[in-house]
Design a protein around this ligand. Sequence first.
Ligand SMILES: NC(=O)c1ccc[n+]([C@@H]2O[C@H](COP(=O)([O-])OP(=O)(O)OC[C@H]3O[C@@H](n4cnc5c(N)ncnc54)[C@H](OP(=O)(O)O)[C@@H]3O)[C@@H](O)[C@H]2O)c1
Length: 205
Amino acid sequence: MTEERQLNVLINNAGIMMCPYSKTADGFEMQLGVNHLGHFLLTFLLLDLMKRSAPARIINVSSMAHSWGSIQLDDINSERHYHSRRAYGQSKLANILSTRALAKRLKGTGVNVYVIHPGVVRTELKRHMNIPLLVMWKIVRPFTKTVVQGAQTSIYCAVEPELDAESGGYYSNCSPASCSRAARDDVMAEKLWVLSCQMLGITWE
Ligand SMILES: NC(=O)c1ccc[n+]([C@@H]2O[C@H](COP(=O)([O-])OP(=O)(O)OC[C@H]3O[C@@H](n4cnc5c(N)ncnc54)[C@H](OP(=O)(O)O)[C@@H]3O)[C@@H](O)[C@H]2O)c1
């Protein structure tokens, strides 16, 4: 990372869905750790370089599944109660809220941030789905996207000149999209921001 002199696009894409309860090496619930906190920390570590490289763009890959969960500030690691689908929803909601909070902090830096739903895409993400969900998956499969199609909204947000003046928004099918009311809660976005910084031991203005 210290060897790179320029970084104009960061796509925070890695993710897991609905895995059995486990924790990362740092003690975070696995879906929150991989889908939200890992990206939050990576972005923090790369941001000075991106500001020096501006114009630059960050794309966070969320999901329409952000509406499956809520932010459990008092049990963020699901230690008292774990529901794999809700925990996935919490992590994807965290992607949208942290994008909104980051956009405010990046105003005037030349670094823009976007959050996207890629569509329902034929990938390995479904590996932890239970049998009823896998049956449903088989039914909807003809209507799902190929990986090339699934990449298009991330690419759109990475390169589309019309988005030069936009930051903090949610996109799907290469267009602005509406997200849940919980995903537009800027008070919760700030609370989650503070908690994420505490969990990672970082100070971010
Ligand atoms: N597929 C869909 O229908 C869909 C819908 C909405 C949102 N999404 C989102 O799209 C993103 C990509 O998922 P996908 O569908 O492409 O799933 P995928 O085929 O399972 O790929 C997931 C990717 O995440 C990486 N990854 C997982 N755990 C990791 C970890 N602990 N550290 C580093 N990398 C890790 C994997 O790397 P390795 O291959 O090295 O393990 C892989 O490249 C995710 O954020 C997902 O939530 C997908």
